[in-house]
Design a protein around this ligand. Structure first.
Ligand code: PAF
Length: 271
């Protein structure tokens, strides 16, 4: 497995290779590993990038304390049979006074974008850079960051990028908690309370299975499960992130964001 930090070196190394790409911010877990495994299976060559992108963090967020576990990450990638790791520094990626990518004014500024204004500008900025460096045929993203996935797909379409975006299922711990690099911030008590997120979504799934379709009613019933944590939003949208009044089977995402202690968590289910 090659570990490369310089953009030009990586470009040279990847020339004429058909690449599957898994962009990450490190602190890898089973969720990332599932993306890696899928890429390794579907592509002759897999590249994983590890870069904690400063432009997607807002003032006062956890950029400085974002978990870093580079040795463990490299081991996981090696075991996952990754071919190359891209491990750049901030200066390898960003320069002064550069051109800015803006997320779309509505879909980039609702839900996660409303809670974290400008977050998706930074995500799209770095993902476009990474795509231009790695030039993958396929890129793998988790459905847990559903709005990120939607906006990256839109960027690929709007900018005519020749990349197939592959959505990958959410991976959960045995108790239902969606895997996230930020779960390590949770104390055992907080981790217990954090289960409300997946429990609320499970309740939504059960209500829909039982025939309920009214989004407002489902939302009210699910919010009862979330009483012990600080909910930022619980919303029901279609696959294009338009608000839904009525559940549409095969075209509904139910999303929740909440703070447990000081840790902000997100989760969702696709109906
Ligand atoms: O989902 C993430 O880990 C990040 O937002 C990404 C896509 C690697 C961009 O920094």
């Amino acid at each position: 497995m090659e570990v490369i930090s310089k953009v030009e070196e990586l470009k040279k190394y990847l020339k004429n290779k058909k690449v599957g790409f898994v962009p990450t911010m490190g602190a890898l877990h089973e969720g990332h590993l599932s993306l890696i495994k899928r890429s390794v299976k579907e592509n002759p060559f897999t590249v994983v990038s590890i870069f904690v992108n400063p432009t997607q963090f807002l003032e006062g967020e956890d950029l400085d304390k974002y978990p870093k576990k580079i040795e463990a990450d490299l081991k996981i990638c090696e075991l996952g049979e990754v071919d190359a790791i891209f491990l750049p520094t901030i200066n390898d990626i960003y320069s002064e006074n550069e051109l800015i990518i803006k997320a779309p004014t509505i879909k980039g500024y609702i839900l996660e974008g409303a809670s974290r204004p400008g977050h998706f500008d930074g995500v799209l900025q770095v993902v476009l850079k990474l795509f231009n460096i790695v030039k993958p045929s396929k890129a793998y993203f988790g459905k847990k960051d559903a709005q990120q996935l939607y906006l990256i797909k839109q960027m690929v379409k709007d900018l005519f990028l020749d990349i197939e975006i592959i959505p990958c299922n959410i991976i959960r711990d045995g108790d239902g908690l969606a895997l996230s690099s930020r779960n390590i911030y949770l104390t055992p008590q907080e981790r217990n309370r954090a289960l409300s997120l997946s429990k609320s979504l499970k309740r939504a799934g059960k209500l829909i299975s039982a025939g309920k379709r009214d989004a407002k009613e489902i939302k009210e019933l699910c919010l009862e499960v979330l009483k012990n944590i600080e909910v930022e939003y619980f919303e029901i949208v279609d696959y294009d992130f338009n608000t839904l009044d009525t559940i549409e089977i095969n075209n509904t995402i139910i999303l929740v964001a909440a703070k447990v202690g000081t840790t902000r968590l997100i989760d969702n289910i696709w109906i």
